[in-house]
Write a new protein. Structure first.
Length: 307
C-alpha cells in the first residue's frame, strides 16, 4: 500500500485566474474563498480570479491569496477523495497552508497570520534592502563557498535561503553581497544565475527584526496538536508538538528552507506518492529532480480530470 504526502507551494506559485475553476465547481472550495473575503474585508477572490497582476504580486496580498487557494484546493480534493496523507509539508509561506491543512491552526488564524507575515516582510525589505537569486547547476558546497567569499569581500550577508533540489539553490542577502555572489557563481560555471523579482532577502538575517515581531504574533495564535505530522522547513523532520511547531515557524523567516532534505526524509520513511495542493505544479517539478521514482500528482490535474 502506497503512503502519500501533501505538499503546499509558497510565494511565486500565484497567477491571475488561480482558483476560478475550484470556486465554480466545488462547494467546499467556494466556501473557503467566501470566508477569506469576509475575514480580510477585501475581495480576495476577485483578485485571485481577475487580478490585476500587480496587486496579486504585492506580497501583502500574495500570501493570503496562495493560502486561500491552497486550502480551497484541499477542500475540493477532500470532496473528491477520502484519502488522508501520512505527512504534510509546505515550501516557505506554503508551510502555513500545511499547518492549517494538518488542523494545527484554524483557517481564519492562518489567513491573518500570513497577511501580517507579508506586511512584516515588506517592511523589512524597506528597512534592509536586499534580494534573492536562483543558482542553477552548482553543488551546494560550491555555493556555500561562494557566499562565504562574497560576505568576506563585501562585509554584508549573503547565504543559502532555499535548498530546493540538486542543482537548484536560492541565495539571499544584502544587495552588494548578493551581486558579488551572483558574479562568482557565473565565473564558477553555474548554468544559470537568475535574480528573482523580489526586493527582500527572505530566509536570511536581514529578516531578524521582522522575525522578532512575527514571533510575538505567533505567540498569540491558538496552535494545537496537528492531526497529521508536519515536516517543517527549519527542521526537515516531522513535528507534532504545538510548541515545537511554533518555535520552528518562528525561525522560518531567518533560517533556510531545507526542502530537499524534507523530501528525502519522507521518501526514506516510505512515502511513495506526493500530491501538490495549490495553484501550480512547482513542487512536483522540484521533486522530479530529487527522486524520479516517486509518484507525483497535483490538484490542478486531479480536479480538472487530467490525471
Amino acid at each position: 500500500m502506497s503512503v502519500c504526502a501533501h505538499l503546499f507551494p509558497g510565494q511565486g506559485s500565484q497567477y491571475v485566474g488561480m482558483g476560478r475553476h475550484l470556486h465554480a465547481t466545488f462547494t467546499e472550495a467556494r466556501a473557503v474563498f467566501d470566508q477569506a473575503d469576509h475575514i480580510l474585508g477585501i475581495d480576495l477572490s476577485r483578485l485571485c480570479f481577475d487580478g490585476p497582476v500587480e496587486s496579486l504580486n504585492d506580497t501583502l496580498n500574495t500570501q493570503p491569496a496562495i493560502l486561500t487557494t491552497s486550502i480551497a484546493a484541499l477542500r475540493a480534493l477532500q470532496e473528491y477523495s477520502m484519502e488522508s496523507p501520512a505527512y504534510v509539508a509546505g515550501h516557505s509561506m506554503g508551510e502555513f497552508s500545511a499547518v492549517v491543512a494538518a488542523g494545527a491552526l484554524p483557517f481564519e488564524a492562518g489567513l491573518r497570520l500570513v497577511r501580517e507575515r507579508g506586511r512584516l516582510m515588506q517592511q523589512a525589505g524597506q528597512r534592509n534592502p536586499g534580494g534573492m537569486a536562483a543558482v542553477l547547476g552548482l553543488a551546494r558546497e560550491q555555493v556555500v563557498a561562494i557566499c562565504t567569499a562574497a560576505r568576506e569581500e563585501s562585509g554584508e550577508y549573503v547565504g543559502i535561503a532555499n535548498d530546493n533540489c540538486p542543482g537548484q539553490l536560492v541565495i539571499s542577502g544584502a544587495t552588494d553581497a548578493l551581486e558579488q555572489a551572483m558574479e562568482l557563481a557565473r565565473a564558477q560555471g553555474a548554468k544559470r544565475v537568475i535574480r528573482l523579482a523580489v526586493s527582500i532577502a527572505a530566509h536570511s538575517p536581514l529578516m531578524t527584526e521582522a522575525a522578532a515581531e512575527f514571533r510575538r504574533l505567533l505567540d498569540t495564535m491558538p496552535l494545537q496538536e496537528p492531526a497529521i505530522p508536519i515536516v517543517l522547513n527549519a527542521t526537515a523532520r516531522p513535528l507534532t508538538n504545538p510548541e515545537a511547531i511554533r518555535e520552528a515557524l518562528g525561525r522560518q523567516l531567518t533560517s533556510p528552507v531545507r526542502w530537499a532534505d524534507s523530501m528525502r526524509w519522507m521518501i526514506d520513511n516510505r512515502v511513495t506518492r506526493f500530491t501538490e495542493v495549490g495553484p501550480k505544479e512547482v513542487l512536483t517539478g522540484l521533486l522530479r529532480r530529487i527522486d524520479r521514482t516517486v509518484e507525483r500528482s497535483t490538484t490542478t490535474k486531479i480536479l480538472t480530470g487530467r490525471a
